[in-house]
Write a protein that binds this ligand. Structure first.
Ligand code: ATP
Ligand code: ZN
Length: 210
C-alpha cells in the first residue's frame, strides 16, 4: 500500500477531536472547512471528510482503508469491519426515555407501545433480546418531541447530560448501549505496515494523555 486513506467526520461532535488526534500524531495537513480530501504532507495518508453515517460503509467497501466513528453508528449500519482502537472521546449512552408522568415499572411495559428513534437497528436488537414486541417509528431527527406530538409513547436516542430529555418532559427509562469514538479498518488491514505505524502513534498520544 502506497497511501493510506482515513475517513473522519466533516463537521459535528467528532470532527474537532478527530482532527486534534491526527495533529497530535505529528501529521501535518490543511483543514479547510470546504475541502473533502486533505493530503498529509509528512506521512503517506489522505484524509476524507465525510458524514459520520457514511464512514462505516466507505471503510467496508474499501473507499477508505480506516475510519474514525462512533460505535453507535457502526452498530446501526451493521457493517463487518475490524475494530482497531477505542479512542476515549465522543462518549455517550443510548437510552430509552419516557414521559415524566409515565408509570412504566419495567422494560416489559414497553410491549405494544410505539418507540420513536433514529437508531431502529440497535433498538430492534435490544427489544428482540428482551423479547418485547414494540412498534418502532423511525424518524431522522428531533426524536425527543415525538411523545409530545403523540407520535410515540417512548423514544430511543443518544443521551449525554439529559438536558434535552428534561426540557421535553422526558426521563431516562433504560440504558441500551454505551458508545465512544473508535478507529475501524477494512477486514484484513490490521497488519498493514502503515496502519500499524499510525496505530502506534495514536496509542502513544493516548498514553501521554493518561
Ligand atoms: P453528521 O452530519 O456527520 O451526520 P450527526 O449530526 O449525525 O453528524 P453528531 O451529532 O455530530 O452526528 O454526533 C456524532 C457522534 O458523536 C454520534 O454518533 C455519537 O457517537 C457521538 N456523540 C457523543 N455525544 C453525543 C451527544 N450528546 N449527542 C449526539 N452524539 C454524541
Ligand atoms: Zn450523522
Amino acid at each position: 500500500m502506497k497511501t493510506l486513506k482515513i475517513a473522519i467526520q466533516k463537521s459535528g461532535r467528532l470532527n474537532e477531536k478527530s482532527v486534534e488526534l491526527l495533529k497530535n500524531c505529528g501529521l501535518s495537513f490543511e483543514n479547510y472547512k470546504s475541502s473533502l480530501i486533505s493530503t498529509v504532507s509528512n506521512f503517506p495518508l489522505e484524509i476524507l471528510f465525510l458524514r459520520d453515517d457514511d464512514i462505516p460503509e466507505y471503510v467496508q467497501d474499501g473507499i477508505a482503508d480506516i475510519g474514525l466513528v462512533g460505535e453507535n453508528v457502526i452498530a446501526e449500519t451493521g457493517v463487518d469491519v475490524a475494530y482497531l482502537q477505542r479512542l476515549g472521546f465522543g462518549k455517550c449512552t443510548l437510552k430509552i426515555a419516557v414521559p415524566n408522568n409515565n408509570q412504566y415499572q419495567n422494560i416489559a411495559d414497553l410491549s405494544g407501545k410505539a418507540i420513536a428513534t433514529s437508531y431502529p437497528v440497535i433498538l430492534q436488537k435490544f427489544l428482540d433480546k428482551e423479547k418485547i414486541n414494540a412498534d418502532i417509528k423511525t424518524i431522522s431527527g428531533s426524536v425527543e418531541i415525538a411523545p409530545g406530538l403523540g407520535l410515540a409513547d417512548a423514544i430511543f436516542d443518544i443521551v449525554s447530560t439529559g438536558g434535552t430529555l428534561r426540557s421535553n418532559g422526558l426521563k431516562p427509562f433504560a440504558d441500551v448501549m454505551s458508545s465512544e469514538a473508535i478507529l475501524i479498518g477494512r477486514k484484513g488491514i490490521e497488519n498493514e505496515h502503515l496502519v500499524l505505524e499510525l496505530l502506534q502513534r495514536i496509542q502513544s498520544v493516548m498514553r501521554a494523555k493518561e
